[in-house]
Ligand binder design. Sequence first.
Ligand SMILES: [Zn+2]
Length: 206
Amino acid sequence: METAGDVTRMRLVGGNLAVDFVNTRTGPPVGAPDDDVLTGYPDLVAWSVYAGALTEAEAAALRRLARDDPQGAQVAFARSLRTRDHLDATFRALAAGRSPSRSALTRLRDDEADALGHARLDRVGRFEWSWRDDHTLARPIRPVVHAAVQLLTAGTPDRIKGCGGCRSVFVDESKNRSRRWCSMDDCGTTEKIRRYVAARRTRAAR
Ligand SMILES: [Zn+2]
């Protein structure tokens, strides 16, 4: 059986479930991604638990379902990757100050219609969509799609940014909108070292 890789090596820096889902692919700020933590359905389930979108019990049920229907799991996984592609294009367009393509937004609408068709309204103080009754292989992608719609319709899409050092995207919630890096421990530190080395070189050249 296919086992899940280490999905926890991806930091959750996006500030939104759908943005973090896009960040499951890594690479340079522009150009093609060079790594992907999602290699199969088990990774998708493991990542959803890691990101807080699935409980362990729900994950166990989905793993059983996938074992009984490997082809269905493959189809659900492929569909999730297509959703990731259109979310990626949407967030990256917004980060660049452009409008997302109409086709990506239509895909998002279709995905959301499907997600809400499998959801129920639960009272958690106010009411929230929940997929507790959804026992289909597409369960992991549903809250991701909904988080994307929430971000675009009720959140702060104008605060979506791309990291200066890698292909991560994030919602900049800082007061003065000054966040530049996915994480100060990764790209932020690399930049600090780069500046330090450059400054030392300048001093040495004097
Ligand atoms: Zn980065």
